[in-house]
Every structure is written in C-alpha cells, then in structure tokens.
Design a protein around this ligand. Structure first.
Ligand SMILES: C[S@@+](CC[C@H](N)C(=O)[O-])C[C@H]1O[C@@H](n2cnc3c(N)ncnc32)[C@H](O)[C@@H]1O
Length: 226
C-alpha cells in the first residue's frame, strides 16, 4: 500500500469522530453506539442524517456546516476517501459530523429502531450487473426501514440514468411517497428552489464533478418509505 495511504489510515485511528468497527462488532450485533449515537457520540438530541457511500463526505460536511443543530454520519468502506472528510471536520472544528468505515450491507447493525431521520445517497454505484446491490433496491430499503423514523426521508442524487429510473420505478412499484424529483438538477429545477435548498443542491461531490465533466446530467429524487 502507498506510504501516504498508510499514514492516513494511522492518522484516522486517532480521530474520535471516525469509527472503524471490527467484524466482531458486526457479527455479534452488539455495536456499542447502536441506539446511543445522539447521547454518547454527538452528546445532543438533534436529528441524525446518514450519507451512505459518502466518499470524501462532501454532503455530510457541507450540510453539517450549514446545519450545526443536526448530526451527520458519512458511511463508506474506503478509508482513504473518508480521511478527506474527516480532515475537513477537524479543520472546521465541527462537533456534528462523524464517519463510519464499514460496508453499507451491515448498516442495520449500527442503528436502532427510529434512530435515523434521513438518508442521503450521493452518486451511489448504479450496480449495472447486480440490481440486488442497488442502494435503493428492496434489499437495502428493508435494512433502512429497521432504523428510519416514520416519515423519514431518503434522498438520491445521481448522474446515473439507470439508478434514477430504477429508483423512480421502485417508488411507484413499492408504493413509496415521492416528495420531489428532477431529471436535470442544474436545468430549470435548481432555480425554482428556495435559497436553503439551492445551497444544498449546489454541493458538488468529487464524483459529481467527474461525471459532470463527462457530460452526465445530474438527477435527484426524494421519497418516504413509511
Ligand atoms: C461513486 S462513489 C461516490 C462517492 C461520493 N458520494 C461522491 O459522490 O463523490 C461510491 C462510493 O460508495 C462506496 N460504496 C459502494 N458500495 C459500498 C458498500 N457496499 N459499502 C460501503 N461503501 C460502499 C464506495 O467506496 C465509493 O466511495
């Protein structure tokens, strides 16, 4: 492994706001912060919002800066990407943003019933060959249902036609409630938003920039599953 990557992994071990669970935590379903994120990790009773597949965590950090009275957790398996977000949190002296390095497949081991208010899916892998692994597919939605509050909201921002259309079809097929959607965020949609939403939708992640440079059109939808 490259020396710089190793240094970053070492550095993350000393960061209180980066949680790197062991396989034992996951297997025993005894993760010590399950049901206690607000009280023991954030030390407040504020809403909890997850960014799944957060990469460098641009949404967690961006929304965390805008809403200090909300808690954010970015989740990704790639330590080198999380490191960037974790450094941003440190540099901005933020108390309301953390990261978990784990596979999203294990997500329901980390949160208790009704513990989470919202989920953001930012440029999730479309999983062209493996529809079961799509983060808006029934397998993952049933995992989220175990900890998402009634009325909790799921946001998807994506460049992928496949993932966007799949998600819109699932919303209809499964009877979820579609709250808002756009097939072209930076077309006329963003201009119709109020200033707060405009700011949120204008956060551009690392992958969003890469995909936009390739000419991909950015899409968004927001829905409730219960
Ligand atoms: C295309 S990238 C998007 C990253 C970031 N949200 C962005 O927009 O720049 C997808 C991210 O999801 C993460 N990811 C994909 N499947 C995952 C899984 N099952 N568990 C954890 N992370 C996963 C990858 O490591 C990667 O960082």
């Amino acid at each position: 492994m490259a020396k710089r990557k190793l240094q970053r992994f070492e550095e993350m071990k000393g960061m209180d706001h980066v949680i790197q669970p062991s396989m034992d935590d996951i297997k025993n379903d005894a993760f010590h912060l399950k049901g206690k994120w607000r009280k023991e990790f954030f030390k407040n009773e504020n809403p909890l919002i997850l960014e799944l597949g957060c990469g460098k965590g641009e949404y967690s950090v961006g929304m965390g800066l805008k809403y200090p009275e909300r808690n954010f957790l970015g989740i990704d398996i790639k330590g080198a990407r999380i490191w960037r977000g974790a450094k941003d949190v440190e540099e901005n002296e933020m108390q309301n943003v953390g990261f978990i390095r784990t596979k999203i497949d294990f997500i329901s081991h980390f949160f208790d019933q009704n513990e989470v208010d919202e989920i953001w899916l930012t440029f999730s892998d479309p999983q062209k060959e493996k529809p079961r692994k799509r983060l808006t597919g029934p397998l993952f939605i049933e995992r989220y249902r175990k900890f998402l509050k009634p009325g909790g909201v799921i946001h998807l921002k994506t460049d992928s036609d496949l993932l966007y259309e799949f998600t819109m079809d699932e919303i209809e097929k499964q009877g979820y409630t579609l709250l808002d959607h756009s097939e072209d965020v930076y077309g006329s949609y963003i201009d119709q938003l109020d200033d707060d939403w405009k700011e949120i939708m204008s956060i551009r992640t690392h992958y969003e920039k890469l995909f936009s440079e390739k000419g991909h059109v950015i899409k968004y939808c927001r829905f409730q599953i219960n």
